[in-house]
Write a new protein. Structure first.
Length: 94
């Protein structure tokens, strides 16, 4: 599991549309993959449908919201990276 995956699943729920969109863009910017993102999306109260997900994922462009946002939200939520995860955060230090 990468650091970005750990951060995404750190207990930050995809509750509202703005939070979901922001974290989705940040996760993609951090090098996140579609299948992990889609699994995370299913943890929220209003998960995206399988039919809509590919187009939405493709709409997230690098740099719209950076990976710094993902790690910032995760740290504020109490996340601490494990030593086992390959590091993807060169922009935010705890």
């Amino acid at each position: 599991m990468t650091e970005a995956n750990e951060a995404l699943f750190s207990g930050i729920p995809p509750t509202g549309y703005i939070e979901w969109t922001t974290l989705s863009m940040a996760y993609k910017d951090a090098g996140g993959d579609y299948s992990t993102w889609f699994e995370w999306c299913k943890t929220g109260p209003n998960p995206i449908s399988e039919a809509e997900a590919p187009a939405k994922w493709a709409s997230f462009k690098p740099g719209q919201i950076t990976k710094a946002t993902l790690f910032d939200w995760a740290y504020k939520n109490g996340w601490k990276p494990t030593a086992k995860a390959p590091q993807t955060r060169d922009i935010y230090a705890p």
